[in-house]
Design a protein around this ligand. Structure first.
Ligand SMILES: [Zn+2]
Length: 337
């Protein structure tokens, strides 16, 4: 009987260790997400296609379908909490007043070249250029993130600049950003298309191997939170290998298309201060969730506690203590992991 009870405790400890170890490696934490129901984790990869085009509005075929989402907008707003460790976000408001159609390599040592920076799309209802909307959104995002304790740098704060997509990525590199967020709006030949989406470097992109995992995690996290608030365009997440602004980046990068300016209704909504503020708040919440995964709810702390807990369990079992499992769970609670 004594041996059986020791055996049961050891098995329980091992199961706890495995669960907590897995928990420490997930984006938000299995246990946390179960208890707080904060993040929806249902993004699934289905297929992958990668080709090359030049303008964003022409690039929809070069995508990977993740999941179709079209959830209703709600009034849910995530709680505002400050991050505890320094986290630098470099925001790039897409485009500028005058396009620069000179060429630059699409990545380090690349033979292939691309326009330095294109003009972007224009609102069909508002007549607003994309570069104006992008800067408005960037200022809102900067304010939201700074309120949460983030450090934020903008690649541009006026329209009258000449900064290529490569140079924008290099600004993020120079500052060693924790996340590089490129802000754009979408365009399409179809006035019907609408919704938010995120572009991210592809897994097979040779220029971005080192930043793929984090970029993908950031994109997934942002989409998960955003999908609760606004309509997600078609597939939501797109892998891209042909964007200079990705390929020159040495830090995790995502590009958010905040909506279609070629859809009259969405174009008007994007110029509605309340709507844009709400959307950007949700984007900031997604970035915050990613930052906490990387720093706040860090796997190191969780791993340390789970390891200590396991050692403690085995030690206790040697002395036939039956409370070791409860103490181990207590560790988890005390750690707040
Ligand atoms: Zn754009």
């Amino acid at each position: 009987m004594k041996r059986l009870s020791i055996f049961v405790v050891i098995i329980a400890c091992i199961i706890s260790f495995i669960v907590l170890r897995l928990d420490s490696q997930t984006e938000i934490g299995i246990i946390n997400s179960l208890s707080s129901n904060k993040v929806e984790k249902n993004v699934r990869e289905k297929s992958m296609v990668a080709t090359e085009l030049t303008e964003e509005q022409e690039e929809r075929e070069n995508t990977v379908m993740i999941e179709k989402r079209s959830e209703e907008k709600t009034d849910e707003t995530p709680p505002a909490t400050e991050i505890t460790e320094p986290f630098l976000v470099v925001i790039d408001p897409g485009h500028q007043a005058k396009a620069n159609l000179e060429q630059e390599p699409i990545g380090p040592d690349a033979r292939e070249t691309k326009y330095k920076v294109t003009g972007g799309t224009t609102g069909v209802a508002t007549g607003k250029p994309e570069y104006v909307l992008a800067l408005e959104a960037a200022h809102l995002l900067k304010a939201q993130l700074e309120k949460k304790g983030f450090q934020v740098i903008l690649t541009r704060s006026s329209h009258d600049v000449d900064i290529s997509n490569r140079e924008r990525a290099e600004i993020a590199n120079k500052h060693e950003a924790d996340l590089f967020v490129r802000l754009h709006a979408d365009g399409s030949e179809s006035a019907e298309m609408n919704g938010f989406s995120v572009l991210v470097p592809g897994k097979d992109n040779p220029y971005t191997v080192a930043i793929y995992d984090d970029s993908y995690m950031a994109a997934q996290t942002v989409l998960s939170l955003m999908s609760k608030e606004v309509k997600i365009y078609q597939n939501g997440l797109y892998f891209r290998n042909d964007l200079s602004g990705f390929n020159w980046s040495k830090v995790p990068v995502i590009l958010t298309e905040i909506g279609f300016m070629t859809n009259p209704e969405e174009d008007k909504k994007l110029s509605n201060e309340d709507y844009l503020t709400h959307l950007i708040k949700q984007l900031a919440a997604g970035i915050e969730a990613y930052a906490k995964t990387k720093h706040g709810d860090g796997s190191h702390v969780s791993f340390a506690f789970s390891t200590i807990g396991l050692v403690f369990c085995f030690s206790s079992c040697l002395f036939n203590s039956h409370c070791s499992l409860f103490l181990y769970i207590f560790y988890k609670k005390v750690a707040g992991i």
